[in-house]
Ligand binder design. Structure first.
Ligand SMILES: Nc1ncnc2c1ncn2[C@@H]1O[C@H](COP(=O)(O)OP(=O)(O)OP(=O)(O)O)[C@@H](O)[C@H]1O
Ligand SMILES: [Mg+2]
Length: 295
């Protein structure tokens, strides 16, 4: 996907710093600058505690004290409405903006669904809040459609969260983040808690949906090899700083920063070309031979 650089930007982050104002203040994000292109998957990698979630919260302006944005700017280049300075939005404007233009799948989100409310009601609640003119029938249809898109059968709409597997709950969270067709989705470790097979399925789904619907994704994980498979470009973060940001292909072939090399080296090596598995959409599960199939 080397054409990414030619696409228009949808988000520009410039010199963003976030400080936790505790007794010994911690600058968790230090002067981060990057541009997200429309329809791009930008991976954000780095070990635990390097500031990934802090950055994601700040971009959504979901950070709370003691976190404070100490410097920088965040500009959203809205396809419909022109440039929006996110740091200048009033609370009310921000509420309207979030979910509909820019949404987030939170770290550990699959445990964030309300246990006593059906999947349908939780999906429709977002529509009630943001699309008040939608009819009930339209809401039902939209909830079913978005669930279908993430690979969950709409018969699950009447289920409660505890009746779903972890993978399904995570798909529901992704459906919820997609339901208003945002231009940018930030996904913070959306598959980390899932087993490898389910993780692969969901990643493949995200790439396919991006291709189909054209939203951009900031995909956060500590798993750099995984990002190499799905991302157009990757930012590597070390102690609050983005130390390398390049096309995934280039990073795979020739990691520049010593820390990037370390991250790549700390995982089992990948076989085959970068991303062949996820992007091909081909199921690589071994084909059972005749004897096993009959057994
Ligand atoms: N409420 C807080 N008060 C003080 N420091 C905090 C607070 N929350 C986070 N930090 C610090 O900010 C830094 C970045 O944390 P953050 O959660 O953003 O990292 P992360 O990269 O998302 O880690 P992980 O991979 O474990 O999710 C860490 O050093 C952490 O200790
Ligand atoms: Mg985190």
């Amino acid at each position: 996907m080397s054409a990414t650089t030619a696409r228009r930007p949808v988000l520009t982050i410039d010199d963003l710093s976030v400080v936790y104002e505790v007794e010994q203040p911690v600058t968790a994000v230090k002067g981060a600058s990057f541009e997200l292109a429309a329809g791009e998957i930008l991976g954000l990698a780095g070990e635990s505690g390097c500031g990934k979630t802090t950055l994601a919260y700040a971009v959504n302006r979901l950070h709370k004290p003691p976190a404070r944005i100490a410097s920088g700017s965040i500009v959203f280049h809205d396809r419909e409405g022109g440039d929006v300075d996110l740091l200048a939005l009033a609370d009310e404007e921000l509420r309207a903006f979030r979910w509909s233009k820019l949404s987030m799948v939170f770290q550990g989100a699959m445990n964030a669904l309300n246990p006593v409310i059906s999947i349908r009601a939780q999906l429709e609640d977002v529509l009630v809040a943001h699309r008040p003119r939608m009819s009930k029938a339209e809401r039902r249809e939209r909830a079913a459609d978005v669930l279908r898109r993430v690979g969950v059968d709409p018969s699950r709409l009447t289920s409660f969260p505890h009746e779903l597997s972890g993978g399904m709950r995570q798909r529901v969270m992704i459906a919820m983040a997609m339901i208003l067709e945002p231009q940018v989705m930030i996904m913070d470790e959306p598959t980390t808690a899932l087993d490898v097979v389910v993780q692969r399925d969901i990643l493949r789904e995200i790439v396919r949906l991006r291709d189909e619907l054209g939203f951009a994704v900031i995909f956060i994980t500590h798993d750099l090899p995984l990002l190499l498979e799905i991302s157009d470009r990757i930012a590597v973060m070390l102690r609050g700083e983005i130390v390398e940001l390049r096309a995934a292909d280039d990073m795979y072939r020739d990691p520049h920063h010593e820390y990037t090399r370390k991250l790549l080296g700390s995982f089992p090596s990948l076989s085959g070309s970068r991303g062949a598995f996820i992007r091909s959409g081909v199921d690589e599960s071994p084909v059972a031979d005749g004897a096993e199939a009959r057994a």
